[in-house]
Design a protein around this ligand. Structure first.
Ligand code: GAL
Length: 564
């Protein structure tokens, strides 16, 4: 397949200097006003997880099959194999570490068989290796595995958030993953409110104990696929530094160690990618563990997971048996040039520049005017990639050259006018580049997508693309699906602008002023000058009729993802 076909771009892109009004509305600050505690809590968090957390967690490989020895052996292997030095430093013990019941004083108790010396010496040993220590708890009355949770008991009584936070601080916990099974919702109560109350209580408890503990929230994962998801995604950023938004990544099964797991990687990537607007330094979308290198993942798939997670600025939390990773897997997972893309201080989510039936092209803006670009081959046939500057949002190709580096083999490309690679099935090419003179200013450029509600657990079924005549369709990768975000929030494709006129939508020359100004809200709405929302028809049928309608609350056919 010649890749150039995918990148015939019809729109000539203007230079963009003006600051975009096209930013996310600060809903979090609106909630700060409504919740006076917010500002103080926020100040205490300053500097926590300014880049995505990196480390290891037992769950996806071992589930409940671990002891203190398992944890320490993996911590040791992180150090021995150079992965800790590459950044993987937080060692977190997931569910099943405790007894079902609390002690007479109401304290959590570490499982005596797994942790015969208790938890503190484990934490001390981990710290002595130069690593950080993380632990799992739950915002409900029981964890997902049925162990004692920190949350409100279902039959009355008090929650244990503060007591548990004190215990964790006394052990030297640096990172808390708070899951969301079994959250007590009073009869007739609202689930979103019950979760919010519990996560806010944990945040307050962490503040009260005064130890700087990175707080990972699983709340949004309990709302995936329903409208309230977007409300939860909007409030978690006020309490913690990262949050799981959805399904678990496939776990390792010792009875069937080779069962393929890449489709699960693609699914978690698919649901994480449209959530870029919720993310910023100190606040990270978390698509779950890195299982690359473990059973059921080829080397190509391992490269893909690390590259995709890094393009998304996702937390990099390995969950495999570190001592058993092959040297090739360790080299991939420890690739510092790729990790640097993940850890870039701007913390941007990648933009989906183009999606065709087998290929995703991602672009990420980074500090110092650098960019990263990745090409994922989801298909079964190998692919030849040829990317030119205009394919990535630069105004022209002629004279524009890039200083680039292929991040897998490290090959530098000086003054390249095209990025080329062969990409094997399920593999991902990734480059970092810096545009040289004559490139112009790149536009905010790429697809505008809509999530299709329902149970689509694959990339193709999950997102649809806005196409230039004014349609929502399956993404095909044509230029009609490639949009440029202009000054004043203009949405341009094929040289024309998306225009709202008398409740209808059309593509018109970009001269219609207000009718072509759009504001993208944190909730994902595209709001026109008349205050109405850009709306698709029923998402079950294609193609879609688009119109301007009153803005509803979290209506799936009014929620759009734009280039970041
Ligand atoms: C799930 C969670 C997993 C793991 C498990 C433990 O809800 O997503 O990552 O923590 O619970 O029971």
């Amino acid at each position: 397949m010649r890749f150039t076909q995918f990148f015939r771009i019809t729109a000539r892109l203007p230079r963009l200097h003006a600051p975009f009004i096209f930013t996310v509305l600060p809903a979090a600050f609106a909630c700060a006003a409504a919740h006076p505690g917010f500002a103080a809590v926020h100040a205490q968090d300053e500097g926590l997880a300014l880049t995505p957390p990196m480390g290891w967690n037992d769950w996806a490989h071992y589930q409940c099959g671990f002891t203190a020895q398992t944890i320490l052996a993996n911590a040791h292997a992180l150090v021995e194999r150079g992965l800790a030095a590459a950044g993987y430093k937080i060692v977190t013990i997931d569910d099943c570490w405790m007894q079902k019941d609390r002690d007479a004083k109401g304290n959590l108790q570490a499982d005596r068989k797994r942790f015969p010396q208790g938890m503190k010496p484990v934490a001390q040993t981990i710290h002595a290796m130069g690593l950080k220590f993380g632990i799992y708890e739950d915002a409900g009355y029981a964890t997902c595995g049925g162990f004692a949770g920190s949350g409100e008991p279902k039959d009355g009584g008090n929650a244990h958030f503060l007591q548990d936070a004190r215990l964790f601080a006394s052990w030297g916990v640096d990172y808390l993953k708070l899951d969301g099974c079994n959250v007590y919702v009073p009869q007739g109560g609202n689930e979103d409110a019950a979760y919010r109350k519990a996560y806010a209580a944990e945040k307050a408890a962490l503040k009260a104990v005064g130890r700087r503990i990175v707080f990972s929230e699983s709340a949004p994962a309990y709302f995936q696929g329903i409208p309230a998801w977007y409300d939860v995604l909007s409030w978690v950023r006020g309490y913690g530094q990262l949050w799981r938004e959805g399904d678990d990544i496939a776990t390792f099964d010792a009875k069937d160690p080779g069962h393929q797991r890449f489709s699960s990687v693609l699914w978690n990537y698919a649901y994480n990618l449209p959530l870029g607007r919720f993310q910023k330094p100190g606040n990270w979308d978390d698509p779950d563990f890195i299982i690359g290198g473990d059973g059921g993942m080829s080397l190509a798939e391992t490269r893909s997971q690390l590259a995709l997670w890094s393009m998304m600025s996702a937390p990099l939390i390995l969950s495999s048996e570190i001592g058993k990773l092959t040297p090739q897997s360790v080299a991939i997972l420890g690739n510092r040039a790729v990790i640097a893309i993940d850890q870039d201080p701007l913390g941007k989510m990648a933009t989906l520049v183009q999606r065709s039936p087998a290929v995703d092209v991602l672009l990420k803006k980074m500090t110092g005017g650098d960019y990263a670009v990745a090409v994922l081959n989801r298909g079964l046939a190998p692919l030849e990639v040829n990317l030119r500057p205009m394919d990535l949002g630069f105004p022209h190709n002629s004279g524009c050259t890039l200083d680039a580096r292929d991040l897998w083999d490290g090959t530098p490309l000086r003054s390249a006018s095209i990025l080329q690679a062969e990409v094997a099935s399920h593999d991902t090419a990734i480059w970092r580049f810096h545009p040289l003179r004559f490139c112009g200013v790149p536009a905010r450029f790429g697809t505008i997508t809509m999530v299709v509600a329902g149970e689509h657990h694959d990339i193709e079924g999950y997102s649809r693309c806005l196409a230039a005549p004014g349609l929502v369709q399956d993404c095909t990768g044509t230029g009609a699906e490639t949009w440029t975000i202009g000054a004043h929030g203009a949405l341009k494709a094929g040289g024309q602008c998306l225009t709202a006129a008398h409740g209808k939508i059309a593509m018109r020359d970009c001269t219609a002023g207000n009718a072509q100004h759009w504001i993208h809200t944190l909730a994902g709405n595209l709001v026109g000058a008349d205050g109405k929302c850009f709306t698709a028809g029923s998402l079950d049928s294609l193609p879609q009729n688009l119109s301007m309608q009153l803005c509803g609350r979290n209506l799936p056919n009014q929620i759009w993802s734009l280039p970041n």
